[in-house]
Design a protein around this ligand. Structure first.
Ligand code: HEC
Length: 297
């Protein structure tokens, strides 16, 4: 009942401070399903009060993987603030799961690379008493990987001055991209339309293709789910219910797993769009691909 009440409240959140207050007061609800739903709902409310409430849910549910996951998936744009709140909680950061989650938050912050959130983590690290966490977080935040991605984009920059060939570009698209994107009726539509990407220009295409994790929305994160039988499935979360979860991936393949069969579910912090496409794409291929994507009607 209360679980549904939380869900229903989403419809009136914007207009009703009273409803928001009620939600902030529910972080200690005795029913785990209520806390789980609340974690998602709080993600829809901007501002520090909701972030603090997310922190409270996490701190009280140190050992619950699902709840951590729920909070993580609704924490886009505030991972740094959440890191600061939880890192400040001595009891929380002294638990193994707490440390692990702090590392995850630092890593997400690095991947999402939003200046304000990175600043929150850095500010905290400067004054942080626990040197081990602080060193690890700084490493994760440093985003060694991001830097390398930026170098690759820079190395491909001259592609923007090259003249591509539309037909060859179409073939490149079919080979490398059509497992997840559909254009001119070729490929699998995973819900990521590229038909209007031309309006954002060749440079956006170049960056999105070579550095897919620069700005990734939570719904595109790649999850790994290990079942009780030891099987593992991966993909973006396409659907969730109280009893099951559906992961979908390239070529439109998908699996539905019952929650009771899930041993572990975690996201990699990365988009399902793979990094490293430059290994398959020469500069000529890239120029052809851009020509094609810019020409699609
Ligand atoms: C395994 C699946 C997969 C493959 C293969 C893939 N993509 Fe993507 N692509 C995604 C996902 C998921 C997103 C959205 C999240 C993101 O930006 O990472 C995306 C986003 C994009 C975007 C940004 C769209 C926007 O509106 O911001 C562009 C451009 C793009 N892809 C181009 C390509 C090109 C070009 C290729 C082939 C060279 C390719 N993709 C291959 C899954 C894939």
């Amino acid at each position: 009942m209360r679980e549904h009440a939380v869900l229903l409240s989403e419809k009136v959140l914007d207009g009703s401070p009273a409803v928001r207050e009620k939600l902030y007061a529910m972080t200690g609800d005795k029913d785990m399903r209520v806390r789980y739903q609340l974690a998602f709902t709080l993600g829809k409310i901007p501002g520090p009060r909701a972030t603090a409430a997310m922190g409270a849910i996490i701190a009280r549910n140190v050992n619950y993987g699902w709840i951590r996951l729920a909070v993580l998936s609704s924490s886009l744009g505030r991972t740094g603030e959440l890191f600061a709140i939880l890192a400040d909680d001595r009891k929380y950061r002294s638990t193994d799961d707490g440390r692990k989650f702090l590392e995850q938050l630092a890593e997400q912050t690095g991947l999402q690379n939003r200046k304000d959130q990175v600043a929150e983590v850095l500010k905290m690290l400067n004054t942080f008493p626990d040197k081990e966490i602080s060193k690890k977080a700084a490493e994760l935040l440093g985003g060694v990987k991001l830097a390398r991605r930026e170098e690759i984009v820079a190395a491909y920059n001259d592609v923007l001055d090259m003249k591509g060939d539309r037909d060859r570009g179409k073939a490149v698209f079919k080979k490398e991209c059509s497992t997840c994107h559909m254009l001119e009726n070729v490929g699998f539509d995973l819900g990521l339309p590229l038909g209007s990407i031309k309006n954002r220009g060749p440079e956006t295409i170049l960056i999105s293709t070579l550095d897919p994790n620069r700005e990734v929305q939570p719904q595109y994160l790649n999850y790994v789910c290990v079942t009780d039988d030891g099987l593992s499935v991966t993909g973006m979360i396409a659907a969730e219910s109280a009893t099951s979860i559906t992961l979908t991936r390239a070529e439109g393949e998908s699996d539905t797993v019952l929650r009771t069969n899930i041993d572990e579910l975690a996201n990699s912090g990365m988009s399902i769009m793979p990094e490293g496409l430059e290994k398959q794409l020469s500069k000529n291929d890239m120029a052809d691909l851009i020509e094609y994507l810019m020409s699609v009607q």
